[in-house]
Write a protein that binds this ligand. Structure first.
Ligand SMILES: [Zn+2]
Length: 416
């Protein structure tokens, strides 16, 4: 693509990322969660950009925003490109949004230049990926891929509303959706995402391809003991749920530290009744364990489960161990990734780095219906899930060039 054109397109992408970054449920910080008012506004805004790129827009039963463009060949297969439009709390403006907005700008550029792709494309803005509102991730892509289950609908948010109630909404009706496509009708799913880690930066590269996504398991643990007076209950007679939880937090940290490729995190802790002069009766915490090898992750979970049971036994507590998410590691498609890597080398002075992703992505769910490939884009300091998340325009330009190049390459090789 000519220099001036791609610079203008990059400028458009930067402006849109900024505009979408202001669509929030919480003044002063970015937060968009599943089916919130800001998510509806985001769908309207991004839907307009999709239309400007020549795509036909709809929102599916789960709330996913879908922009579709037909291929020049009738009955051609479909290439899916996308990411999520929800955010964490106090989020940056690139996580998720980049993977939705960049393909829209790329397709707009091809259209401007009169290029017609032989295959159909769908740009997907998933309604939920982060697991913020319901502590259960991928509700959007699960709905699209036909993998939403009745159990997912029972998850409740902080106000006690369930996923099912939210989806039934005003109409009172909701059916678990079937997959949006048959696998054989798809060319694949390509996701552009910020790296959310420091590797590309350390190698002085704008972009890289992903070989696979680490598996991850999330567990919600509840330790229950007995409340009591903080002044009159001797230490030997206490059943302090928070002290048990604290012991478990340190055990999880120690377990993961024994293996430099394993990570384990306790990210939330809720204590009740929560008064300075009352012994905690209940502590609810979440555990998140990830590894590129499924066997390693499972072994760590087994060890932590045994440890939690022992802590409960020794302290006279009860333990409730509830797995809320369990996703095995996912390998990216070799063919699609090789093609993407060729585009990367063409736009990055012959250099392409392959990375594994420690973060989960919609590609995990989408791999059940399509071959997947991912492009990672360098972010400053590897920082993500933070308001200071930043991608330099020069890196956005390289990523945009890569996706345009990839679409044109795919047009020449795709069996449609
Ligand atoms: Zn993300």
């Amino acid at each position: 693509m000519k220099r001036g054109k791609i610079e203008a397109a990059t400028g458009r992408l930067v402006r849109r990322l900024n505009d979408l970054g202001r669509v929030t449920d919480q003044p002063g910080r970015l937060a968009r969660t599943f089916h919130s008012a800001a998510m509806r506004r985001a769908n309207t805004l991004v839907g307009q950009w999709m239309r400007d790129a020549g795509l036909k827009v709809k929102v599916d039963a789960v709330g996913n925003l879908i922009g579709r463009g037909e291929g020049s060949r009738p009955g051609a297969k479909t290439l899916l490109l996308g990411s999520h439009l929800d955010t964490v709390l106090d989020a940056g403006r690139f996580d998720g949004a980049l993977g939705v907005l960049l393909p829209i700008v790329a397709l707009g550029e091809l259209r401007r230049r009169g290029v017609q792709l032989p295959f159909a494309v769908e740009v997907l803005g998933f309604a939920e990926e982060e697991g913020v509102r319901f502590a259960s991730a991928y509700l959007g892509s699960k709905g699209y891929a036909g993998r939403l289950r009745a159990a997912d609908l029972g998850q409740r948010d902080a106000r006690g509303l369930s996923v099912g109630e939210v989806l039934r909404g005003a109409s009172g009706r909701f059916q678990l959706p079937k997959a949006a496509h048959r696998g054989r009708d798809l060319l694949g799913y390509v996701e552009v995402h910020i790296e959310q880690g420091p590797v590309l930066e350390s190698r002085k590269l704008s972009v890289g391809v992903v070989s696979g996504i680490a598996g991850q398991t999330r567990v919600r643990l509840t330790f229950r003991g007995r409340a009591g007076h903080a002044g009159t209950t001797p230490m030997s007679l206490r059943r302090d749920a928070l002290a048990g939880a604290a012991e478990f937090v340190l055990a999880a940290e120690a377990c993961a530290r024994r293996d430099p490729t394993l990570v384990a995190t306790v990210g939330t802790l809720l204590v009740s009744p929560g008064a300075s002069n009352v012994i905690p009766a209940e502590a609810v915490l979440t555990l998140d364990v990830r590894h590129a090898r499924d066997a390693t992750r499972r072994k760590a979970l087994q060890q932590l489960f045994s440890r939690a049971r022992r802590i409960a036994r020794e302290r006279g507590l009860t333990l409730d161990w509830r797995q809320t998410q369990d996703d095995d590691a996912v390998a990216c498609s070799r063919e699609l990734t090789a093609l993407l890597a060729r585009s990367v080398r063409a736009q990055q002075h012959g250099r392409c780095l392959e990375l594994t992703s420690g973060a989960g992505h919609d590609g995990v769910v989408m791999s059940a219906m399509a071959a997947i490939a991912m492009l990672f884009v360098r972010c400053r300091g590897g920082l993500s899930h933070h308001a200071d998340e930043y991608v330099a325009p020069a890196d956005l330009e390289v990523a945009l060039r890569v996706i345009v190049d990839f679409l044109e390459r795919l047009a020449t090789v795709a069996v449609t």
